[in-house]
Structure formats: structure tokens, C-alpha cells
Design a protein around this ligand. Structure first.
Ligand SMILES: [Zn+2]
Ligand SMILES: [Zn+2]
Length: 128
């Protein structure tokens, strides 16, 4: 939703050999030494401080570290004060297994051809 002014001509180019070096925190201007951090923080390229900071800046975008996804999302994906993104919290409630696109089509098709709500109305009338 936000159109950040592209003040820098900085393109996200990764140096070759990426993965061999000690990763650094993704947050703009952060110089934390992740080699001293726990494995968790190294793996997700965030320092401990910024994994708990409610608002950080990454490439000029306001982001927050999601404790559920273990990655950064933009702030709009969080409810205020939450450490997990809205999507994830939502998914906890209703995500059980992925519905198959085919099954969905079949279902809605049969629903359309057989609308519920007025089944045995006339039947009940006749009964009276
Ligand atoms: Zn950091
Ligand atoms: Zn998330």
C-alpha cells in the first residue's frame, strides 16, 4: 500500500558465494554480529534485538519479525502489538488441510443446482 520513494539506486543483488559467510541481520543499518547469536537468529538473518522490535526498517520498508513464520512481513500484516502476522493467527483457526480445487468446483456446482432453504415446504403445507 505504501509507495516508498526509491531514494537509492540500490538493487538487491546478492554477492556470489552467498551462504558461506556469516549472515547479517536484514534490518537496515544493523551491524549486529550474528556469529555470536543463536542458531535461530543466524538462520533467519535477524539479530536478537530486531526479532523483538515491533518496527524495523528493511530496504526502507517498515517491517516486523513474525514469530510464527520466522521472517519479516510488512507492518500491515500484523494486528497492532501482535508478534505474529494476522494471516498466521487466522490460519491457526481454520487451516486443517488444503482443499482441492477440484473438490471445490464440484461442491459449489452441486450447491448451485440444488439450493438449500426451500426443500419440503410444499410437503409441509400438504401435511397441514
Ligand atoms: Zn539487527
Ligand atoms: Zn507471519
Amino acid at each position: 500500500m505504501e509507495s516508498a520513494p526509491s531514494s537509492a539506486s540500490f538493487k538487491r543483488a546478492r554477492p556470489p558465494g552467498f551462504g558461506n559467510q556469516v549472515p547479517s541481520c536484514l534490518v537496515d543499518g544493523c551491524t549486529a554480529d550474528l556469529s555470536k547469536c543463536r542458531d535461530y537468529h543466524r538462520r533467519h538473518k535477524v539479530c536478537e534485538v530486531h526479532s523483538k522490535t515491533p518496527k524495523v526498517s528493511i530496504r526502507g520498508q517498515e517491517q516486523r519479525f513474525c514469530q510464527q513464520c520466522s521472517r519479516f512481513h510488512s507492518l500491515v500484516e500484523f494486528d497492532e502489538g501482535k508478534r505474529s502476522c494476522r494471516k498466521r493467527l487466522d490460519g491457526h483457526n481454520r487451516r486443517r488441510r488444503k482443499p482441492q480445487p477440484n473438490a471445490l468446483t464440484v461442491n459449489s456446482g452441486s450447491l448451485l443446482s440444488n439450493p438449500p432453504g426451500m426443500p419440503s415446504y410444499s410437503h409441509a403445507m400438504a401435511y397441514l
